[in-house]
Write a protein that binds this ligand. Structure first.
Ligand SMILES: NC(=O)c1ccc[n+]([C@@H]2O[C@H](COP(=O)([O-])OP(=O)(O)OC[C@H]3O[C@@H](n4cnc5c(N)ncnc54)[C@H](O)[C@@H]3O)[C@@H](O)[C@H]2O)c1
Ligand SMILES: [Zn+2]
Ligand SMILES: [Zn+2]
Length: 379
């Protein structure tokens, strides 16, 4: 069958992308689902900084085989199931997962499917976890980004890369669950296990950081400090529950937060993707506290922290990948919280875009102008 999709042809194209057009909208060929696979219509897909990192080359190039269809945060509707898939049916609403965990490796069996040892090899090869590639254009295979390839009207994914949700979760908000919400809220609930009454700071208020802020509020954090370079994002953070908002460009930023929180917060989350942001997150964590790192900058970026200080102040530094999520448990839980208004992630969506708008939309994301833009492929 044919489907319309945005195909990425080059990495590291010159900005603005609206002119250099690293992605073009094509009528690609899509094979139907094989064993363990599902054909779905993408209803909405969020634009994440990790997609941008594939376009601008911040991610290692060998992990982006070209041509490729990006997009890894989406909500879709099941159209057809392949052999062996008997627990989903046409019409079901599903959230996409960018880690296709196997359920059998030591990490999966230990309750940490976000760290599945088999997932990176498929993601790196740009195939489904079955090893297959279902898209092609004029005979050339077109790769799947992290087994999702959501910047398309239709896609084929592994059953294990999908979690069903109730049909009454609003579409825009549901589209953010697969990455921003699992990553941001998961960092708060699973990685840091923030308890009611603890103080929290979020450094970097994109889709991931703002989701973490909403998670901190839902967890009952007593103080929520929000830090970003954008005044409009700081203003939104205040509306969403931040008790203190400080611009990261202020040279006194860390000192102000430390003073206002009586020595720093129990847990600071770095969600910005900059070494400076990590330094601030560490500085504003109190003695004995925890600094969670969630961003994915270039692999050359090193942590800017003092060895002796980690020891003398008994600090914990934790990486958080995919929000340390157990998606089959967490996705339905977050979907219910979204529907009931306890995680108002629709407030993070500021723009809907069509496939033709994607290049310009990534310019806006790179410029830090947007919150979460949502692609509606059929529009
Ligand atoms: N851990 C994971 O599993 C995972 C999942 C998804 C995304 N990510 C990563 O998380 C990061 C955030 O993603 P996003 O989509 O929210 O990005 P985004 O670009 O929408 O948001 C980043 C925010 O950080 C702010 N920022 C930049 N430099 C800053 C600084 N020095 N101090 C404070 N704020 C600063 C920007 O203004 C922006 O608001 C990216 O690095 C992304 O690749 C990680
Ligand atoms: Zn993402
Ligand atoms: Zn596994």
């Amino acid at each position: 069958m044919k489907t319309r999709a945005a195909v990425l042809w080059t990495i590291g194209a010159e900005r603005p992308y609206a002119n250099s057009r690293p992605m073009t909208v094509e009528d690609v060929e899509l094979d139907g689902p094989r064993a363990g696979e599902v054909l779905l219509a993408i209803r909405a897909a969020g634009l994440c900084h990790s997609d941008l990192s594939a376009i601008d080359g911040v991610r290692p190039r060998e992990r982006t085989p070209l041509p490729m269809i990006l997009g890894h945060e989406a909500v879709g509707e099941v159209l057809e199931t392949g052999p062996g898939v008997d627990d989903l049916k046409p019409g079901d609403r599903v959230v996409t997962l960018f880690v296709p965990s196997c359920g059998q490796c030591a990490m999966c069996l230990g309750g940490r499917p976000a760290l599945c040892v088999t997932a990176p090899q498929y993601s790196g090869a740009g195939t489904l976890a079955s090893g297959g590639i279902r898209f092609s254009l004029r005979g050339t295979p077109v790769h799947h980004y992290v087994g999702v390839a959501a910047f398309s009207e239709m896609t084929v994914m592994m059953r294990r890369s999908l979690v069903r949700i109730d049909s009454d979760v609003p579409t825009d908000a549901a589209s953010l669950i697969g990455c921003a919400v699992l990553t941001g809220v998961g960092a708060v609930f699973n990685t840091a296990r923030v308890r009611s009454g603890e103080s929290v700071a979020i450094v970097g208020l994109g889709g991931v950081g703002l989701s973490a802020l909403l998670g901190a509020r839902a967890a009952g954090a007593s103080e929520i400090v929000a830090i970003d370079l954008s005044e409009s994002k700081l203003a939104l953070a205040r509306e969403l529950g931040a008790t203190l908002a400080v611009n990261a460009a202020d040279p006194e930023c860390a000192a102000k937060v430390t003073a206002a929180t009586g020595g720093g917060v129990d847990c600071a989350f770095e969600m910005a993707g900059a070494a400076r942001a990590m330094a601030v997150a560490y500085q504003i964590t109190r003695r004995g506290g925890t600094t969670v790192i969630g961003s994915l900058p270039a692999s050359s970026v090193q942590l800017p922290i003092s060895h002796a200080n980690v020891v003398a102040e008994e600090r914990t530094i934790k990486g958080s990948y995919f929000g340390s999520s157990v998606p089959v448990r967490d996705v339905p839980r977050y979907a219910r919280m979204v529907r009931d208004g306890r995680l108002p992630v629709e407030r993070i969506v500021d723009r809907r875009v069509a496939l033709e708008d994607l290049n310009a939309a990534f310019d806006a994301l790179a410029d830090g102008q947007t919150l979460r833009q949502v692609l509606v492929p059929g529009s």
